[in-house]
Write a protein that binds this ligand. Structure first.
Ligand code: IMP
Ligand code: MG
Length: 182
């Protein structure tokens, strides 16, 4: 069985939209804000770096790794912290930066954990959102670059079995051959 990746959102469109969202964040927070970006590894890292380059205020960054997926395309429903943040969130203006919100289980869990650390505020910014797939109600997205249909996507940090994170565009994985055709 083979795999190929079809372009869903081009590099140019991704970068243009990230720039627009950054401009909105600049407007909402203002130049005097100190924004603490919390990147959800590994998928959020390309997005956070690109977004951060267009932010005007003072920015700090921290990284966290939470897992709700194995090496396939189905949610296990199990969320666990693999790597916690290095810094406390107490009193900080926090912007959580995610690659994609699918069922919402990961974010629902993560936001509860982070709110418990007493940040001054907490907002959520995601590169992609699949609203049709949501199973939890309590995840409110403050900034979203693209809403996409229910397709498994890769690139710009997102993986399929750890592959394709380095693609500069967002694509859909197509499987072909005997198993996929069955
Ligand atoms: P959720 O808990 O179902 O919202 O899943 C969120 C996580 O699942 C994301 O942060 C991704 O790591 C992964 N994920 C969900 N959909 C996709 C996809 O289409 N491509 C790659 N990873 C995905
Ligand atoms: Mg993620």
């Amino acid at each position: 069985m083979g795999e190929k990746v079809e372009v869903l959102i081009s590099k140019e469109d991704v970068e243009k939209r990230i720039c627009e969202v950054a401009r909105q964040i600049n407007k909402d927070f203002g130049p005097d804000a100190q924004l603490h970006l919390v990147c959800v590894l590994k998928g959020g890292v390309f997005f956070m770096c690109e977004l951060a380059k267009h932010l005007d205020m003072q920015v700090t960054m921290d990284f966290m790794s939470v897992s709700s997926y194995g090496d396939d395309t189905k949610s296990s429903g199990v969320v666990r912290i693999i790597k916690d943040l290095d810094e406390p969130l107490e009193g900080k203006e926090v912007l959580v930066v995610e690659d994609i919100i699918d069922s919402g289980r990961t974010l629902s869990y993560l936001l509860e954990v982070l709110k418990g650390r007493n940040p001054a505020s907490i907002h959520l910014c995601t590169l992609l959102d699949k609203p049709d797939r949501r199973v939890v109600e309590n995840v409110s997205v403050d900034y979203c670059c693209f809403e996409i249909p229910d397709e498994f996507v890769v690139g710009y940090g997102l993986d399929y079995a750890q592959k394709y994170r380095n693609l500069s565009y967002i694509g859909v994985v197509r499987l072909y051959g005997e198993e996929a055709d069955a």
